[in-house]
Ligand binder design. Structure first.
Ligand SMILES: NC(=O)c1ccc[n+]([C@@H]2O[C@H](COP(=O)([O-])OP(=O)(O)OC[C@H]3O[C@@H](n4cnc5c(N)ncnc54)[C@H](OP(=O)(O)O)[C@@H]3O)[C@@H](O)[C@H]2O)c1
Length: 310
């Protein structure tokens, strides 16, 4: 992981005259402490991880294009410079895992990686090969978390994943879904298995998870990864040319990306949100959500209402 000095240097270089300084200043003046990363505890282990991670679907699927791989390395470096850790990928994401491996190799190893991938195949034997292949592509010894992608062949894959966990080849086991699909099945699986993680779509407009999934995860102490935090980017079309509400700055929110992400990570059942981006300047905005004050329950309702009325 970056030591405190190099982290502060990276922040200072990038944000000397930017809004991030406002966050740090607000934090310092309010609490007499330096800006701290918002972290969440993984229920099953009590390990703490930063509340903003990174997705790789489409954004890292750039094939063999060296110019694009170099550009993604910069995005990744920015992610680590802010103290990001959890990266989510899948064999379903084309060349993303391979590109990720190339990018990780290009930047200094001075970072904390929480590696999360998936198994995605109807064939159990193929799943085992797929996981071995993912490890090679990322060029890592072991994954922190492996999830059954979209619940495909979950019974057999889960059996293998729990065995891998018992053998200490992985730390955590999870399942994923998205776009509000198959919530009933996901609930059934959450009740039946001793999962460490569950991943589903949750953002300021897609709030169905609030009615049951998030509560159940919290009760069962299953850590939650929120995918599609910007609804695949659609949320930015909603707020085009719109100003942030005045009160946003009271929660150290200085851009729309932070507005959307702070809504998600301020839900106590959420462990980590995983926005995806191809752009370094967007990564700067996204990671700022991990600093400063978080909205309370009433403010979260105001945030949602604000977006509904926009
Ligand atoms: N079933 C599953 O397991 C499942 C399903 C869906 C997603 N996921 C995971 O969740 C991750 C996130 O979901 P997602 O990739 O679908 O969508 P997302 O993170 O909600 O949105 C990504 C889009 O938002 C844009 N964006 C990002 N930061 C921005 C910013 N600061 N300002 C303006 N635009 C910004 C990106 O464009 P730019 O490149 O221009 O920034 C990109 O088009 C995936 O990458 C994947 O890892 C898992």
């Amino acid at each position: 992981m970056l030591n405190k000095r190099s982290f502060l240097k990276a922040i200072m270089l990038s944000f000397l005259s930017s809004n991030f300084c406002k966050i740090a200043k607000a934090n310092t003046s309010n609490t007499k402490k330096k800006a701290e990363i918002v972290k969440r505890t993984i229920h099953s282990s009590k390990e703490n991880i930063p509340a903003i991670g990174m997705g790789t679907w489409l954004t890292f699927d750039v094939g063999h294009n060296t110019k694009n791989i170099l550009a993604r390395s910069q995005v990744l470096k920015t992610f680590f410079d802010y103290g990001g850790e959890l990266i989510d990928s899948s064999p379903m994401y084309g060349t993303s895992e391979r590109v990720l491996g190339k990018c990780l190799a290009k930047i200094s190893r001075d970072f904390n990686l929480f590696s999360a991938t998936k198994v995605w195949t109807p064939n159990t034997w193929h799943g085992v090969q797929q996981m071995k292949n993912s490890k090679k592509l990322w060029n890592i010894d072991n994954f922190n978390l492996i999830q059954v992608h979209n619940l495909v062949n979950y019974e057999n894959h889960l059996e293998n994943l729990f065995q891998l966990k018992e053998d200490k080849k992985i730390n955590y086991v999870g399942v994923t879904t998205s776009h509000g699909w198959r919530h009933t099945k996901t609930i059934e699986i959450m009740k039946k298995y001793d999962l460490d993680f569950v991943q589903f779509t949750y953002n300021i407009v897609d709030r169905e998870a609030e009615s049951y999934l998030l509560k159940l995860a919290y009760e069962k102490k299953i850590s939650v990864i929120a995918n599609r935090p910007f609804q695949g980017g659609n949320l930015f079309n909603l707020i085009k040319n719109k100003e942030l509400p005045m009160w946003a700055k009271d929660y150290d929110i200085f851009n729309w990306a932070s507005f959307f992400l702070k809504y998600i990570i301020s839900n106590k059942a959420v462990t980590c949100a995983i926005p995806a981006t191809t752009q370094t300047n967007h990564m700067h905005q996204n990671m700022q959500a991990m600093y400063g004050r978080l909205p309370d329950y009433k403010t979260r309702e105001n945030m949602s209402q604000y977006i509904k009325n926009i």
